[in-house]
Design a protein around this ligand. Structure first.
Ligand SMILES: NC(=O)c1ccc[n+]([C@@H]2O[C@H](COP(=O)([O-])OP(=O)(O)OC[C@H]3O[C@@H](n4cnc5c(N)ncnc54)[C@H](O)[C@@H]3O)[C@@H](O)[C@H]2O)c1
Length: 479
């Protein structure tokens, strides 16, 4: 193997592997260094997202939802299922197969595009060189025209609940339970806590989520967060806000968690405990001190809007840099950087990145929340539409939630859209496209939406912005 490449990418997660494929497609000789190994000691591509994140968690979310439907949701359609049971090891094995299929698919894409996968741990040295140490300790140095660091992130550990991989697990361990825990504790009511809490809750666990903050989903639009909180409560998720975990004790196959609230100290006993208190950038031991790369105060690699680090010809993308820790944000940064290396004037629109919590119903958002617009003093108007007024949602017996559209009071330009409801992730994408093209709420209102679809709820929310909704009573004066 040559040790000279136009581009060396460190990390083969969604940010790194996409950057590598794009760079190769643009005619640049490209290597991608990855430290993850499979059980045979071969390099494994795909990073957290494919191996222990987005994809396996969605596989379990879907399996557990089907079980829940069979047990509790089909009766209303006149379908009776007697004695639905769940084979947890079979469910986990199916998830494993999907992961294998997708990670193998990236190896195929690398081959097809001519990306060289290099097994080992990469470290950036001065002079755009990358030192790679393989599993046996062999070291080689790659000479790079440009470097793209896409080293990702790691779960945060907290001293009150040290992960032991058995009773106390992080998001990775929570994808491997071989039986349904009777009582499951979750620390953190963030994205991971809610998704994994839903999986095991639907399979029969009695789930308690302990969240230190008083506010539920503070990053989300508060009207939508409140609606989501009500729905999750109705589903049986016991989310305790203002509950800061202060300690844990493992004894006799159980874990006792201590937490404090405004009322004082409390304890709860669980069969398993998931720690989901956030992730941190994987930026340690990633570059030599003379490489010129710097970190910001939170440990993220410091980059500008074009993902350029302070070292010439060294870029960083994805979870290891500022911005939301989302696979699609990392992938798009990877594409932008590959194109800029190839001399194209590419840039990212950071104002138009959707985010989703894959509970059922899903919670999805793009753009500004109402509280952000208020804080920034931006004049705005809003329109909402509840799914209970959607024929399609009622037909599917899936009518919890609403769509909320925010537009500029004077220009009518769409500023944000927030949804809790069926297929929220796909619905919000319609608004992402509209926003990317600078659409006004009226543009969406004048668009023909197929009937009967869930998408009509987006249309009606856009109509409601100026009091023109058809299928609900408009509260505001029409313009
Ligand atoms: N669907 C998705 O897009 C998706 C899925 C999974 C993860 N992610 C990303 O991964 C990252 C990590 O997710 P996450 O859910 O771990 O983090 P998060 O930051 O979304 O939530 C962590 C929560 O834990 C709480 N917390 C911290 N310490 C606590 C304590 N001692 N006691 C009680 N509560 C405590 C915090 O207040 C916070 O609300 C996020 O950036 C997320 O966006 C995204």
């Amino acid at each position: 193997m040559s040790d000279k490449f136009d581009v060396v990418v460190i990390g083969a997660g969604p940010a790194g592997y996409v950057a590598a494929i794009k760079a190769a497609q643009l005619g640049l000789s490209t290597a991608c260094v990855e430290q993850w190994l499979d059980d045979k000691g071969k390099v494994r591509l795909g990073g957290t997202c494919l191996n222990v994140g987005c994809i396996p968690s969605k596989a379990l979310l879907d399996s557990s939802y089907k079980f829940h439907e069979a047990k509790a949701d089909l009766g209303v359609h006149g379908i009776s299922v007697s004695d639905a049971t769940i084979d947890v090891p079979a469910m986990i094995a199916r998830k494993g197969k999907i992961v294998d299929q997708l990670t193998g698919g990236i190896a195929g894409l690398f081959k097809h595009n001519g990306v060289t996968a290099v097994s080992g741990t990469g470290k950036v040295l001065a002079g755009t060189r990358v030192e790679v140490t393989d599993k046996d300790g062999n070291v080689q140095v790659l000479e790079a025209g440009h470097i793209i660091i896409a080293a990702g992130s790691l779960p945060i550990n907290i001293p009150p609940a040290p992960v032991d991989g058995d009773l106390i697990v992080d998001s990775t361990g929570a994808l491997e339970f071989q039986e349904v825990p009777a009582r499951l504790g979750v620390i953190g009511a963030g994205v991971i806590g809610l998704e994994l809490g839903s999986v095991w809750g639907r399979l029969g666990s009695d789930v308690v989520v302990l969240e230190a903050l008083e506010e539920f989903l503070p990053m989300m639009d508060q009207q939508i967060a409140k609606e989501a909180g009500k729905i999750f409560k109705k589903q049986g998720l016991d989310i305790r806000l203002g509950a800061r975990v202060t300690g844990s004790e493992v004894k006799d196959g159980k874990v006792t968690v201590s937490y404090s609230t405004a009322d004082g100290e409390h304890t709860e006993e669980f069969d398993k405990l998931i720690v989901a208190v956030g992730r941190r950038p994987r930026s340690e031991e990633l570059f030599s001190t003379d490489s010129g790369i710097t970190l910001d105060e939170r440990g993220f690699i410091f980059v500008n809007d074009f993902c350029e680090t302070e070292a010439p010809r060294v870029y960083a993308v994805g979870d290891v840099v500022r911005g939301p820790m989302l696979a699609h944000k990392g992938s798009e940064e990877g594409v932008m950087v590959a194109e800029r290396i190839a001399g194209k004037p590419a840039q990212m629109n950071y104002d138009c990145i959707p985010s989703v919590i894959y509970t059922h119903p899903e919670v999805a958002a793009v753009g500004k929340t109402e509280q952000e617009l208020k804080a920034e003093g931006v004049p705005y108007k809003s329109g909402t539409f509840p799914f209970v007024a959607s024929g399609r949602a009622l037909a599917s017996n899936d009518s919890d939630g609403m769509v909320k559209m925010l537009a500029h009071e004077e220009t009518d330009r769409i500023l944000g859209c927030h949804i809790v409801g069926p297929s929220a992730a796909d619905l919000v994408q319609q608004v992402v496209i509209a926003m990317e093209f600078g659409s006004s709420a009226e543009d969406l209102a004048l668009t023909v939406f197929g009937h009967p679809t869930l998408s009509e709820a987006v249309h009606e929310a856009a109509l409601a912005v100026d009091g023109h909704a058809i299928h609900i009573a408009n509260r505001k004066k029409r313009k």
